[in-house]
Design a binder for this molecule. Sequence first.
Ligand code: HEC
Ligand code: HEC
Ligand code: HEC
Ligand code: HEC
Length: 461
Amino acid sequence: MGGLSKKASLFSQQQGTSEDTLILDGGGLLFDSPRITVHKIKQAEINAQGIIKAYNLIGYDAVGITGQDLAAGYDFLNKIKKESNFAWLSANLYLKDSVLPLFQPFLSKMIGNQAITIIGLTGPGLDGDRQLEEKIVIRPWQEILPDLLNTSKIKNTFIILLTDLDRKSCQEITELYPSINLIIQAANQDENISPVPLNETTLLTSTGRKGKFTGLLSISWINGGRWDGRLTAELSRKKIARDRVDLLIDQYTGNPEKTELIKKLQEKRTILSAELAQLELKTSQLEQASYSIKFSAIESTLPDAPDVSQIVEETKRQVNRTGQDEGINRQSPDRSKIISSSFIGWKVCGSCHSAQVASWQTTPHFASFAGLTDTEQQFNRNCIPCHVTGVFSGSEEYALELPEELQLVGCEACHGPGRKHQMDPKGNPTIPPDQVLCLRCHNPENDDSFDFVRDKAKVHP
Ligand code: HEC
Ligand code: HEC
Ligand code: HEC
Ligand code: HEC
């Protein structure tokens, strides 16, 4: 959610004339995980609706549907669909015993005089990954694609597939159906996948997960064409080289010590530009299709699009309010059962380890709940587990019931529950904290510069 306003400004920078640009997403955009515990569902739904409002503003054309998008159930996704100004595509999600797909199977578009078809295919996901509602079936692509690709509306168009099927299935599909020209994979990998030709007519590409990257794919296409791997790869290499030179020139301009260097760079740029022009000419003469991709990270330095920012902020407030209401309204069962009674809180530790308490109190861990309160996210169940003690591993729903001594990253978040240790320290020594423990919270998404050796020294300064 946080990066959406930056994504929006990046798109509007890149888009140029929007008539010849499609904005697509492979899917899996609504929820963090394929399963949502009952207590978290309301906040997750509000968050998902916020994402849709932002996607509407950004101007998405179509998104694919993955099993994860069904985590709050079909009825919710159907409701979301009605709030979306773009198409939700899946050719193979069906109600049991029904002959019609649940969602729009494909979208037809004209770009210039090029007819384009975007098809959605939902992958089966990993076994045990989620519980699909009983009434819903994901039909295998083998049953769907033959007839679909034979539809007159689709034949002889540029075909894009949005799918979370795995690489092997994508490869099989392209061998059987070379009329598919581009596969945008909603894959669960961290890294971007630069376009790879799976065969002469089909490219596959993907951006890293969790919306941390965007990919701007520029395509020049001739109907009946083929991707030429060698030429386009060279074209793309040269473009990257020229971008790099431009960047350096930008950086050094105005620096009197670099005058000589700038001159050299400008000469290099002229040569590169000439070579690029030649390559482009060659590509067009060969009547071959070419492409180049530019991946961009959603960096914190990017500007925020104000309209999307407003939606993000409003959504966060709404999520927090809902959490607060739920916390207050809930019939609280026996508190001691909710909060694992093996946690005793930092004050008790302090009776024997006053030096460690004093040092810890000077660190951000001591103020980690304040971080949530200050940003008014203290009732957001998604944030709480990493900012408190004792509610890891799927017990987020109890977080709103924590006593004050545990509403921070306390001693026991790292040293483990301490009741037994407190009663008999020698008989029950604590386990030394290791890197794996830290990474549960300091994961790349929340801390991309974590360094165990360096940061360990800051825990007890
Ligand atoms: C009743 C006093 C007492 C309380 C309360 C207590 N400890 Fe300890 N703790 C000790 C003693 C004594 C040792 C040394 C044990 C040994 O030498 O084997 C120790 C050892 C430790 C160590 C290992 C130190 C080392 O040198 O490796 C850690 C970590 C620790 N305690 C954390 C905690 C935490 C966290 C709490 C609160 C949840 C806590 N202790 C509560 C008495 C206490
Ligand atoms: C997986 C664990 C995890 C989750 C979930 C998480 N955080 Fe954090 N958060 C961290 C860690 C680790 C840091 C310290 C980051 C650093 O040192 O760079 C942090 C730092 C912060 C800070 C203070 C530093 C800053 O970036 O301004 C705030 C505020 C914050 N988080 C708010 C939130 C909110 C709001 C949410 C929910 C939307 C959330 N966090 C969810 C782990 C988490
Ligand atoms: C963010 C994780 C974290 C938190 C929170 C934390 N500790 Fe530690 N603690 C560590 C690590 C890591 C070490 C080992 C340091 C090392 O090996 O250099 C340590 C070491 C210790 C030791 C051994 C003596 C020492 O100083 O090396 C004691 C005792 C201890 N901690 C007690 C506490 C108490 C009491 C609290 C709460 C006030 C607390 N710790 C909070 C991570 C943590
Ligand atoms: C339960 C989640 C959790 C665990 C486990 C945890 N941290 Fe943190 N840590 C946080 C949060 C949250 C913050 C940010 C607090 C804030 O600024 O509001 C933070 C902040 C920090 C900071 C200060 C910010 C920075 O980047 O300089 C350091 C250093 C740090 N943690 C080191 C560690 C180390 C080392 C471990 C493992 C021994 C560890 N943490 C384990 C949640 C955790």
